[in-house]
Ligand binder design. Sequence first.
Ligand code: RM4
Ligand code: MN
Ligand code: MN
Length: 405
Amino acid sequence: MESTNESTYDALAGLLSDGGVDVEGVEQRLRSQRIETPSWGYGDTGTRFAVFPQKGVPRNPFEKMADAAQVNRLTGVCPSVAVHIPWDKVEDYAELRGHAESMGVRIGAVNPNLFQEPDYKLGSVCHPDPAIRSRATNHLLECVEVANEVGSDVLSLWFADGTNYAGQDSFAGRRHRMIECLGEVYGAMPDDMRMLLEYKPYEPAFYHTDLADWGAALTACQRLGERAEVLVDLGHHAKEVNIEYVVAMLLDEGRLGGFHFNNRKYGDDDLIVGSVNPFELFLIYVELVEAEERSDTRIDYMIDQTHNIEPKIEAMILSVTNLQEAYAKALLVDRAALSEARQAGDVLAAHRLLLDAYSTDVRPLCAKVRKDLGAAADPIAVFQESGYAKKVADERGEGAGAGWG
Ligand code: RM4
Ligand code: MN
Ligand code: MN
């Protein structure tokens, strides 16, 4: 592909240097970018209408690690894999950890699952029945244990809790129950473990959600303690919400703990990152780059994506390369000129500085960075040529579901 060859890179690097960009500095930051991929993105998933099985998908968590290791090998920036319990439940977590590490990846965020049991029909940690809440709390505590065993320091929580009809339950009552349960879990975490709290405006509950937006998540985190931080999932906002603004506010509060990257056109579509609105993704990175320069707060960048019809490993690679490009473009913004334009009240100059960076074709730069990392300049092409998909289709046959349907 032309965008990945060396002469294209030389031309781009020359242009950028002439424009005052520290190209080596940009490349260095791109080399240190890290993106976590989700185990559930490699298995068969679907919508609530159907799951279309694909040949060769992983049959167990060990095979999911193997597929994630391919993405890391080809992109060079995905050394960790999030797990979902019980979808990734195994007898021996030390064995899963060793297996992952033998393939050059490690286990990242541990995601409990409190949304598929009949008991949770009316909620989990917000359920009116204390026995159900205690069952939910025990599962969360089990996940703290799993995190300890796999060497992870992140507990990443999403709750399906909410109500379907006005009057069904008390908003505040449910919130108090949630904070009580989470307080117990927070107290059980080792000192270096972080709790990430995800919000979502609706689905599966359709009247109200117990953590509906960033305000609800942030204030819950503030009640819990400083190692509780908000996780922004790009599919979890009402349509008109300005996500880059939300990101800036959470950064300013020092409570942006992580991301679930994906893209959406309508609801929580979990499509390939940057496939619908790459400009929004760029603008989010513009905020992140600025914050990176201000402090050393830790943010866990994770993909939360499910693939219905697309080949899963290739879809994951495309998400990663789109994230590399968004980050690269954000790094090209002329910050000094931007600050001057803002100060001078030059509205269009400021806006056009963003457009200049966004319009740059950074693909040759990202390809060079991947090559320098020992990964692939054109990861999808290399993956297709590798024969891996055919090999696993032969070995694994029909594969197995990830937990859906
Ligand atoms: C939810 C949420 C969670 C994910 C599940 C599968 O909508 O995004 O992060 O674990 O889906
Ligand atoms: Mn999510
Ligand atoms: Mn989601």
